[in-house]
Design a protein around this ligand. Structure first.
Ligand code: ATP
Ligand code: MG
Length: 323
């Protein structure tokens, strides 16, 4: 585990963006920057951290964890479905096949939890019993395991609100967002991926409470897994060891994902509106350590960081190999 002093020393070098004009236009999402070359996407995980749909700060080593952990999972799930990964050219950079992303995010949930508008627990606690077209029994408790994992798709936030909206599988077909045969394949694949993810997480001491997958079509029209997989950004990861005890006592589980940071912001009076409070160094250290811890426990390997070069400098040097 990386020590507190090293993380603090690296806070000023957290990667805010990666500008390399020789690669053409830089595109960016909340977390990643990317360049498009031929039919490839150079996908760069920065150290930006977002919640409530906006960037709230920078966490050193976070981008590298997200990227190398996705690499780990893409390799572990390749037998279930082909994915966009072509290669890794830097801890923060993955070369991927540029795809036509399907307009739906596929969320698989094995537990009922969450506080955001699209989460199961929020809706259930407000009295809804048919959620995402699925009927839920009476008497469920927050963070309870479901009898069987459920798939709860959302649209990809292209609507007027810009947010992800829940949608049912029958609406996906009716609105012609995805053809029926492709959707059926996606449902099967997502279930298998979640099973595989849960097994591997379980062995590493985590519960994969829920997770999100994105799929795309490559040039040949083949469905492939894109974006990131089973990272603490796209999943809720809970510590297995303490889950049962805390659940029985009706207490919150130990989160090894973004929920940890969301809770800090909410406690500090921030719910996504106005100016966010700056993250104190102590919080940044804790988040960085949790991300690294997840990587090390899941992959079974030490998180490798070479501090001889500043991360941004190292990325730029590695990117020159592509021009
Ligand atoms: N192989 C791929 N082909 C096309 N698009 C991809 C591929 N892999 C990932 N993407 C898209 O690239 C973007 C990655 O950026 P990032 O992770 O920053 O997005 P985000 O913050 O999660 O969401 P948003 O794009 O809404 O800001 C996502 O929009 C994702 O859907
Ligand atoms: Mg993303």
């Amino acid at each position: 585990m990386i020590d507190k002093k090293t993380i603090i020393k690296n806070i000023p070098y957290a990667i805010e963006k990666v500008a390399y004009p020789k690669l053409g236009k830089r595109y960016s999402g909340k977390v990643r920057d990317w360049y498009i070359r031929d039919r490839l996407r150079i996908l760069i995980a920065t150290d930006r951290i977002s919640a409530f749909d906006r960037v709230l700060g920078f966490i050193p080593f976070r981008g590298a964890v997200l990227n190398t952990l996705s690499q780990f999972w893409f390799e572990k799930t390749r037998d279930i479905i082909a994915n966009h990964m072509i290669g890794i050219i830097d801890p923060n950079v993955m070369l991927v096949t540029e795809c036509r992303a399907l307009p739906v995010e596929v969320i698989v949930r094995g537990y009922i939890t969450g506080v955001t508008e699209t989460s199961l627990w929020k809706k259930y606690s407000e009295g809804e019993r048919t959620i995402y077209g699925i009927r839920f029994p009476e008497g469920l408790i927050k963070n309870q395991k479901l009898k069987k994992p459920v798939i709860t798709p959302t649209t990809r936030g292209t609507g007027s609100s810009g947010h992800d909206e829940p949608i049912t599988p029958s609406e996906i077909i009716k609105k012609k967002l995805i053809p029926l045969d492709i959707w059926q394949k996606i449902e099967k694949t997502a279930t298998k991926l979640y099973e595989r993810g849960s097994q591997i997480c379980n062995r590493a001491g985590f519960i994969l409470a829920d997770t999100k997958y994105e799929f795309g079509l490559d040039r040949a029209g083949k469905i492939i897994l894109i974006d990131e997989i089973h990272t603490p950004d796209s999943s809720r990861l809970w510590l297995k060891q303490s889950y049962k005890g805390l659940f029985k006592k009706g207490q919150e589980v130990e989160n090894y994902d973004k929920e940890f940071m969301r809770i800090w912001f909410v406690r500090n009076g921030y719910m996504g509106k106005g100016k966010p409070p700056p993250m104190p160094a102590d919080l940044i250290v804790k988040i960085a350590q949790r991300y690294i811890d997840v990587y090390e426990k899941l992959s079974g390997e030490k998180f490798h960081f070479d501090l001889t070069l500043r991360p941004n400098q190292r990325i730029l040097e590695n990117l020159t190999k592509l021009v």
